[in-house]
Design a protein. Structure first.
Length: 337
């Protein structure tokens, strides 16, 4: 059994990754500060997997508490680093909170890893580091030019790891997620945002009658139906990419950067229509103004992950919206339902 430390271990993507890791030879130590997640997610992960996990409430800004996690668990072999603030709009309003949480938190983590000689890390990055790419589907060697404080923190967290990997002989996987959506096929774990900033959680809440209508941010983009196009990826596929990345890091050092998407884009209108079919009724929407900083279309080329990790997305649009609806309808108020 290899012991893996998961930061932000109770969050949306971590919960699904925990389930996939627990199917194999991994023992998990989770840390989270619960500012944007629920302990109930961990209960459900344990029920679904039939295995227990070690959980410690720790904030990455508390370097002494973080150090004691490594002291208590000297056999930690690798880290998956999810913990971060992630709302683009909020990051524009509160940049210092974002830089402090994401950068200082990551520096504390990387320093504790160095101190305890843990040299393998999978980092939860984002396609947001590409900004508005010149070519789509974007490849991993495209220029990094994030356009908001959240994106800047992800790019910096990547850069710090790249420099450290070189100097300290670490093995690092930077996973650039496209648009994670959907839920576990049990409907028991899923995305439970304080406020839904992203499209699909918002559509889910409208479908459930919690919110009145979806506002589509512009229908005059240079795309086939005029609404924004993104590369949506099922969270279970994304979770599996982490398992493959850990396998990769077990026998190769250096820096490995992968796009984790499907390579296929869907428009906002296509997503709303697919969701209506999944929930069986019309979803009210209106066309509103463009959202500041938005771009027309982003999709990712996932070929490198296929060649080097042996990973590719297996689930399609139907599985994404059907699982999202199952989670939403079984848990109308998320983990507090
Ligand atoms: N979007 C929308 N209404 C919403 C939320 C999002 O029309 O309430 C659009 C947004 O303009 C983009 C797509 O949905 O074209 C995905 O947005 P999201 O915020 O989920 O992801 P990101 O823009 O970060 O890729």
């Amino acid at each position: 059994m290899k012991k893996v430390l998961i930061t932000g271990g109770a969050g949306y993507i971590a919960s699904h990754t925990n389930i996939e890791l627990l199917k194999g030879e991994h023992e998990l130590v989770l840390i989270d500060n619960f500012i944007n997640s629920s302990a109930e997610a961990l209960e459900r992960v344990q029920e679904l997997s039939g295995r227990s996990i070690t959980f410690i409430k720790v904030d990455l800004l508390d370097s002494a508490a973080l150090d004691s996690v490594f002291v208590q668990h000297p056999t930690i072999d690798s880290v998956i680093h999810f913990a971060a603030l992630k709302a683009v709009g909020e990051s524009v309003e509160k940049p210092l909170d974002y830089y402090t949480n994401n950068i200082t938190g990551s520096l504390n983590l990387y320093s504790a890893m160095k101190k305890h000689d843990v040299r393998k890390i999978v980092f939860s990055s984002s396609a947001t580091v590409y900004g508005d790419p010149d070519e789509i589907p974007v490849k991993e060697d495209a220029p990094i030019r994030a356009t908001n404080p959240y994106g800047h923190t992800k790019a910096m967290m990547e850069q710090i790891l790249m420099d450290t990997a070189k100097a300290e002989d670490w093995s690092v996987a930077l996973l650039r997620y496209f648009n994670p959506v959907g839920a576990h096929d049990s409907g028991q774990i899923g995305e439970d945002p304080n406020y839904p900033n992203n499209l699909l959680p918002f559509v889910s809440q409208v479908a459930a009658g919690i919110r009145e209508k979806v506002v589509i941010f512009g229908d005059d983009w240079d795309t086939p139906d005029g609404t924004g196009v993104r590369d949506y990826i099922h969270v279970t596929d994304l979770a599996k990419a982490h398992v493959k990345s850990l396998e990769k890091l077990a026998n190769s050092s250096g820096i490995h950067i992968y796009n984790i998407g499907t390579g296929r884009g869907y428009s906002v209108l296509e997503m709303v229509k697919a969701f209506s079919e999944a929930c069986g009724h019309k979803i009210p929407y209106e066309i509103g103004p463009r959202r500041e900083g938005d771009i027309a279309e982003v999709t990712g080329n996932p070929a490198k992950a296929k060649t080097e990790l042996g990973w590719q997305a297996e689930l399609g649009l139907n599985e994404m919206v059907e699982s999202a609806w199952k989670w939403q309808s079984q848990n109308p108020h998320g983990y507090n339902s």
